[in-house]
Every structure is written in structure tokens, then in C-alpha cells.
Design a protein around this ligand. Structure first.
Ligand code: GLA
Length: 415
């Protein structure tokens, strides 16, 4: 081959290589069809952290899987049983990560098999540093090996935390991409980015292989930070961050405002510190309504083995879950925002629209709202998704909303 032809040939190869690297990033969020298919709707499940902290073991997890099945939660969509921090027992003499032999004497594969046999999927946890947030063995520099191990156990989901890692966004992108690539080579594993929104992951996490990303610090079991309190996120503190990020969310790439606190009632666990004194059922119902209209992952954390009727009613409301899991995958947009009222609007796949009306104030109030104010021209049949009934056909709604209550309606255009 003449030198000029060889040079052109080499140049072409280089250009093709560059295109293949840049192409995924150029396609919006850089996600393949396979990525979208791994989390086409917000992941739903139950996670150990808020209630148990690192005080977990295989017995508790099996009991929880049984309770999730028996309570109807699996059928309602809560498919993932997620082990958070505290399962790890170091590495063996070949550097394979191993579970704590006292907590998980039968190993994680046996647990995954059990969970799968119950129609569920298994999630696990690690961190992009040598140690996790609670000080257990983590995955930095063992990404390939750990991804293979997780896949060999049958793990379906990985939450990847960011304690003890560098502050800057570039390092985070590199560390998350490294694990995402390793997971992709090992199997089909949903990848949950958990750096608490500090480096604006909504701008880059989908590009590096994340399917969801935490937008805030850890939720506590409380409504809102009190004035003067600087730590401990309550539901309203988290809402105010997550609501502003609606344009970054969609199928395969979800904003994650952290786990549900429904049914915790001030339990002294990780969600009970920093002012986590507990909420009432009206507030827990708002948690469910608001997370649903924001297309957030629905990850329960209460003790499913002993749920009361209210907690069941809230977590198992199929009409509310349908709003969250709607195939269009739009995060509801906050169209009205003042100290008293927040109103969210979420378009749904069949042309209906979900509307959430939150009373943030400390007193019960009446509200009058024309759908036109939300950009919805025309008349609508209104279904109350908590009352489970059609409440009228109109161009507007007037009614009472209790302090901290969220009404959730499904509107169907009638003309
Ligand atoms: C961080 C995460 C929590 C939980 C703990 C575990 O704080 O944000 O969700 O995973 O670590 O140590």
C-alpha cells in the first residue's frame, strides 16, 4: 500500500473509533436501548437501610422477602429486595469480595436464589472508594472483579455510594463509569448512582452508565428541617431539590430523591437521627403521592413484617403506583409553588394527566384551582386516587386539603 493510502486508512480508522466513542454521548443521555430496558419505569422495591442500618442478616432478609410477597407488595410492583451497607466481610485470599460469614452464612448467591424463587430481584451495595460510608469493604480498584462476583451471585441491582471519594465531579464520573462498564461486561445489572446530588449527577450520570441517581442527602423520618436546623433532610427539603430537576428524568434515567419513609413512625435507625422524629400518616401519604408524581424510585424501608393498615393502604395503592410507573416516564412538573400550595402536573401515556395538590402550611385550607391555570384547557373527569372515586366533571376543582396533605387526581379530558 502506498504511504499516502496507508495514512488515509489509518486516519479513517481513527475517525471511526472517535465516532464510536462520541456517539453514545451525542444521543442525548448516551443510553443504549439495553440501558433503557433495564429501568424503563422507576425501580420499585424495599431496602434495608432506613430501618435496620447495617444490622442485617440473611434470616431477616428472607423474612422480609416472604413478607413482601405475602403482603401483596411484589404484585403491586415492589420487585427489588435491596441489601444496603453492612453485608460485607472483607476479601478472600484471591481478593474476591465476600459477605460477613456471621450475617450471611449461606452466602449471597443462596439469598439471590431464594429471592428469585419468590419472584423478586436482588439489589446490593458498594462504594467507589476503599471503604463504604459505614466503613465496610468497597470496590475501588476491584470494579471488574466485584462486578463479576455480583453477577455470579445473580445480583440484579447495584447501589454505588461515594463516601471516602474525591470531591470533584471529574473523578466521580471516572469512578462511576468504571463500575458501570464492568457491570455491563458482567451481566444485566441496574446501576444506582449515590453521590447525593453534590456533583449534579443529573447532568452526567446517565452518560457514564447510571440508570438512577440520588439528588439529595439521606432522607430522615421527618416532614421538614426546623428553622435553625442545618442537617437532616425532611420530605419538604428533598422535594424542593428534586422538583426542580424534572427535565433530566425519563425511562432508564431517574432522579432518585431517596427512599420512602412511609410507616417508619420515628423508628430509631439511620432515618431517625438528625431530627427524624417520625411523621403522621397524612405526611406519609404525601411522601407516596409526591414521589409517585415525580416518577421517583419507590423504595420502601419500613418493617414489612408488621405493617399496620394505614401503611399498607399507602404503599399498596395501585392507582397511585400506576401514576409512578406510567410508561411515558415523565417526572411531574411543579406548576404552582408558594409557601402554602405546591401543584404538580404529570402527563400520562394514555392522554390522562395526574395532578398533585400539596398543602404545605400548618393549617387545613380550602383551595380553588382551574385546570387552565396549569395549562390544561377544557373540561375533565376527575378521579381522586386516594378516595378511589370520580369526584366530578369540571374545568376546575374546589375543596379542602388538610395540613401536609397531598391530593392526587387523575384527569381525563371530556371536552
Ligand atoms: C450513605 C447513603 C445511604 C446509605 C448509607 C450506608 O449515607 O446515602 O443511603 O446507603 O450511606 O452507609
Amino acid at each position: 500500500m502506498p504511504p499516502a493510502a496507508a495514512f488515509i486508512g489509518l486516519l479513517m480508522i481513527r475517525i471511526l473509533l472517535l465516532i464510536s466513542i462520541l456517539l453514545p454521548a451525542a444521543s442525548g443521555f448516551g443510553q443504549s436501548k439495553a440501558d433503557v430496558e433495564l429501568a424503563p419505569t422507576p425501580p420499585m422495591g424495599w431496602m434495608t437501610w432506613n430501618y435496620f442500618g447495617d444490622n442485617i442478616n440473611e434470616q431477616v432478609l428472607r423474612e422480609m422477602a416472604d413478607a413482601i410477597v405475602a403482603s401483596g407488595m411484589v404484585n403491586a410492583g415492589y420487585r427489588y429486595l435491596m441489601i444496603d451497607d453492612g453485608w460485607q466481610g472483607g476479601r478472600d485470599n484471591k481478593n474476591n469480595i465476600i459477605p460477613d460469614p456471621k450475617k450471611f452464612p449461606s452466602g449471597i448467591k443462596a439469598l439471590a436464589d431464594y429471592v428469585h424463587s419468590r419472584g423478586m430481584k436482588l439489589g446490593i451495595y458498594s462504594d467507589a472508594a476503599p471503604l463504604t460510608c459505614a466503613g465496610y469493604t468497597a470496590s475501588l480498584n476491584f470494579e471488574e472483579q466485584d462486578a463479576k462476583t455480583f453477577a455470579s451471585w445473580g445480583v440484579d441491582y447495584l447501589k454505588y455510594d461515594y463516601c471516602h471519594a474525591p470531591k470533584d465531579a471529574e473523578s466521580a464520573k471516572i469512578r462511576y463509569r468504571k463500575m458501570a462498564d464492568a457491570l455491563r461486561r458482567s451481566g444485566s445489572i441496574v446501576f444506582s448512582v449515590c453521590e447525593w446530588g453534590e456533583r449534579k449527577p443529573w447532568l452526567w450520570a446517565a452518560n457514564v452508565g447510571g440508570h438512577l441517581w440520588r439528588t439529595t442527602f439521606d432522607v430522615r423520618d421527618k416532614w421538614q428541617r426546623k428553622s435553625g436546623e442545618t442537617d437532616g433532610e425532611g420530605l419538604m427539603d428533598i422535594l424542593d431539590v428534586n422538583a426542580e430537576l424534572h427535565q433530566f428524568s425519563g425511562p432508564g434515567r431517574w432522579n432518585d430523591p431517596d427512599m420512602l419513609i412511609v410507616g417508619l413512625y420515628g423508628k430509631k435507625g439511620p432515618s431517625g437521627d438528625l431530627g427524624g422524629v417520625g411523621c403522621n400518616d397524612t405526611e406519609y401519604q404525601s411522601n407516596m403521592s409526591l414521589w409517585s408524581i415525580m416518577a421517583a424510585p419507590l423504595i420502601a424501608t419500613n418493617d414489612v413484617r408488621s405493617m399496620n393498615r394505614e401503611t399498607k393502604r399507602i404503599l399498596l395503592n395501585a392507582e397511585v403506583i400506576a401514576v409512578n410507573q406510567d410508561a411515558l416516564g415523565k417526572q411531574g412538573e411543579r406548576k404552582i409553588k408558594n409557601d402554602i400550595w405546591n401543584v404538580f402536573v404529570k402527563p400520562l401515556a394514555n392522554g390522562d394527566v395526574a395532578v398533585a395538590i400539596l398543602n404545605r402550611s400548618e393549617s387545613n385550607r380550602t383551595f380553588s384551582l382551574s385546570w387552565k391555570e396549569l395549562g390544561l384547557a377544557g373540561s375533565f373527569e376527575m378521579r381522586d386516587l386516594w378516595e378511589h372515586k370520580i369526584i366530578g366533571r369540571s374545568e376546575r376543582w374546589n375543596g379542602n386539603v388538610k395540613s401536609h396533605e397531598t391530593k392526587l387526581f387523575r384527569l381525563k379530558r371530556t371536552k
